[in-house]
Ligand binder design. Structure first.
Ligand SMILES: Cc1cc2nc3c(=O)[nH]c(=O)nc-3n(C[C@H](O)[C@H](O)[C@H](O)COP(=O)(O)OP(=O)(O)OC[C@H]3O[C@@H](n4cnc5c(N)ncnc54)[C@H](O)[C@@H]3O)c2cc1C
Length: 383
């Protein structure tokens, strides 16, 4: 990446009408502790025309067509401005958008991408179910053909339950996985859809998290209609769609999630005893190793594992250094981070699942036994 490129980004952003970052300004960690949507919406609307919020999307889709290195420069330069909490928009910007660019039709891309880019429509990811998380392909939400519904191509009716659906309570659309053919093995009978969250038959109930937020939800689907025009990819091709989304999710949950900075941690540790300083050196080493590895390999599962461990170590150390004050301020940045960081080892696939992926796909170790893989889904014994 050349200095000229950085300079051209800097000068273009200077003219985008964004407010500069206030000194000592606080950033949220993965949107924890706030429910404000308006600032994020205004920010994305200001960036939409220039494609700055989605630098890796193709130019025809409203992006800048940049590779990851050049896009990283755009993000670094954007950090000079007062960037609000964009996490509510991230399922759309970082997961659904790229998934639609791979699997959506040209018509679907035209219909959905602009409102994702400018923040006017929020999306959620309706994948996990009470009995299908790590074993996502075991999902049981059903979509059945409804030839009288939808458009000329007919439609579908969806019944089942999703859970842990982040931001579903203010989403307009959900990227939904549903089983359309239980008579074939589990990965082959799933289809992906976009479901309008405002249709009758969709009920969203928020769940409270241990950091105090109610940012994820139960979603009940009761004969909810979906037009065939809102099917993403072929019938039975939903697993490929899911894999694309999950790959983007692992990458998105790597470094750069906001929250208190390394500089703030160093300031806290300035007067610390030698034992704490030893821990600090460990955390800083992890941060550096993570950064260097990130620039050397593009592999989402390893990056997610390293990122989760580092953030947890940072938060643990900070709360210890703060002493009782670290636990007494419910809105403190470090306390919010401390109470949010454990979720990193679960969301987007647990640590154990990431290790399985690294073991099997990166290191080429023998695969886990998967006895139900080739068995028709309706013949797999279930409790
Ligand atoms: C903050 C947060 C936000 C989330 N947002 C969303 C969202 O927007 N949309 C969505 O669809 N989902 C979302 N999730 C759900 C998340 O993807 C699941 O929680 C996750 O995939 C784990 O599934 P599970 O909770 O069913 O746990 P389970 O799969 O039941 O796992 C339980 C335990 O068993 C371990 N385990 C399971 N299988 C194996 C194995 N094969 N080998 C070794 N260990 C194993 C797991 O690692 C875990 O420790 C969110 C979760 C969190 C915490």
């Amino acid at each position: 990446v050349t200095a000229d490129f950085r300079a051209s980004v800097r000068s273009a952003l200077a003219g985008a009408g964004l407010a500069p970052r206030p000194a000592g300004g606080r950033t949220t960690f993965l949107g924890a502790g706030t429910d404000d949507l308006s600032a994020g919406r205004a920010f994305l609307a200001a960036l939409a025309e220039g494609g700055w919020a989605v630098p890796t999307w193709p130019v025809a889709a409203g992006g800048l067509g940049l590779d990851a290195e050049h896009a990283a420069v755009v993000n670094q330069e954007l950090a000079a401005f007062d960037v609000p909490d964009l996490y509510p928009f991230m399922v759309g910007l970082a997961l659904v958008g790229p998934t639609l660019l791979t699997h959506g039709s040209a018509e679907q891309q035209r219909r959905w991408l602009p409102a994702i880019r400018d923040g006017s429509q929020i999306w959620c990811q309706l994948f996990s179910e009470p009995d299908a998380g790590s074993d996502l392909a075991g999902l049981t939400t059903r979509a059945v053909r409804d030839d009288d519904g939808g458009d000329e191509a007919g439609g579908w009716r969806v019944t089942g339950q999703k859970v842990w659906s982040s931001r579903a309570h203010y989403s307009r659309w959900g990227l939904l996985l549903a089983r359309t053919d239980p008579s074939v093995p589990k990965h082959r009978g799933i289809t992906a859809f976009a479901i309008d969250m405002t249709v009758p038959g969709v009920v969203v109930r928020p769940l409270r998290q241990m950091n105090g937020d109610a940012h994820f939800n139960q979603v009940f689907l009761d004969d909810a209609p979906v037009a065939d025009a809102d099917r993403i990819g072929p019938v039975g091709g939903g697993w490929a769609v899911a894999i694309t989304t999950l790959m983007h999710e692992r990458g998105a949950l790597g470094p750069g999630a906001g929250g208190p900075s390394r500089r703030q941690l160093l300031a806290l540790a300035a007067a610390a005893d030698p034992v704490a300083r030893q821990r600090l050196a460990g955390v800083v080493s992890r941060l550096e190793v993570g950064r260097w590895t990130q620039s050397r390999v593009r592999e989402g599962s390893g990056a997610k594992l390293r990122g989760s461990a580092t953030v947890k170590a940072m938060a643990d150390l900070a709360v210890d250094l703060l002493g009782p004050a670290g636990m007494l301020d419910p809105h403190g940045e470090w306390q919010t981070l401390f109470l949010t960081a454990p979720s990193l080892s679960i969301r987007g696939g647990t640590d154990e699942i990431q290790r399985n992926i690294v073991g099997e796909r990166v290191l080429g170790l023998p695969p886990e036994p998967r006895p139900d893989k080739e068995v028709p889904f309706d013949q797999v014994p279930r409790p």
